[in-house]
Design a protein around this ligand. Sequence first.
Ligand SMILES: *Cc1c(COP(=O)(O)O)cnc(C)c1O
Length: 361
Amino acid sequence: MNIIYNFSAGPAMIPKDVLQKAKKELQNWKKLGFSVMEISHRSEDFMRVAAEAEKDLRDLLNIPDFYKVLFCQGGARGQFSAIPMNLLGNLKTADYINSGYWSKCAFIEAKKYCIPRSILIKKTINGKTSLAPISTWEISKNSAYVHYCPNETIDGLSIDEEPKFKDKIIIGDFSSCILSRLINIENYDLIYAGAQKNIGPAGITIIIIRENLIGYASKMSPSILDYKIISEHNSMFNTPPTFSWYLSGLVFKWLKKQGGLKKIEELNKIKSNLLYEKIDNSDFYINTIDHKNRSKMNVIFNLFDSNLNELFLKEAFQSGLIALRGHRAIGGIRASIYNAMPLEGIASLIKFMSYFENRYG
Ligand SMILES: *Cc1c(COP(=O)(O)O)cnc(C)c1O
């Protein structure tokens, strides 16, 4: 069988070693004679899985004790609702930094609960797209919090600098960049991420929240989205997606084995640099994003002659390079290169790009 490299934006590729381990123990987990999917989430064996996953995640991200880690359901979109319901308090507005597709979706959902303010930071000047630096964001005095998205999965845009606001709750949608680099958790009050991009299988959503923000959900909030109820029940108020939790735990162990986030961050820089260099060194491929805002997770580009897009995707597929089609909202090509994508996958894509360019350029 040819080697397949999967550039899917999400659900995305999972490290081969992790899948192999899961396969090995699928039908006879811990020599118990059944799979991890088939036991009670309240059993001692599963509780250990849950606790270890949390501990490993805390180690990887250096999460201080005064932050809670919650394992929820409903995906990132669930949090688009949970955040205003839990954190608006008596205030009537919140600031939503608009940097692209997903941050805008969060803003639109928030309209159900308050009168959010959209702060547009995406600019295209002379054909170059960039995001305004954090120091220039005009935050409102009376807003309950600031919400932003450090990696716009669809737009291929990223904000690598960290926000430092005094006396303002700051929330980050880390769905497509959590665990891709070291961050200082204390610069945030709440971080959330769906698992299916850079962690594991879809189904689980991770929330890292400053403890003192728990307990203020609106009375209308569904119990399964109320941070206090989730926290008091150790993320087991309702039956959690146990398999996704287990597999995410295996990914955390894999990350530790790779050398932790410092190592992963270095590798992610190398991987994305190689790809952007390839794009920049040719007139055949184009990416017009300001270098400081180029995503290291989702590399988007266009072919100079967009008529060749379909052929590019078809031939890439035949070469074992799959799921490179850009999101339907913007078209073009997108290579999602999360932690699980090995350097060899990038090399293989670059080789194909050269080959394709030589024939059609
Ligand atoms: C994928 C994604 C979402 C949506 O995630 P769901 O789990 O499908 O709700 C939200 N934000 C970002 C940044 C994403 O990449």
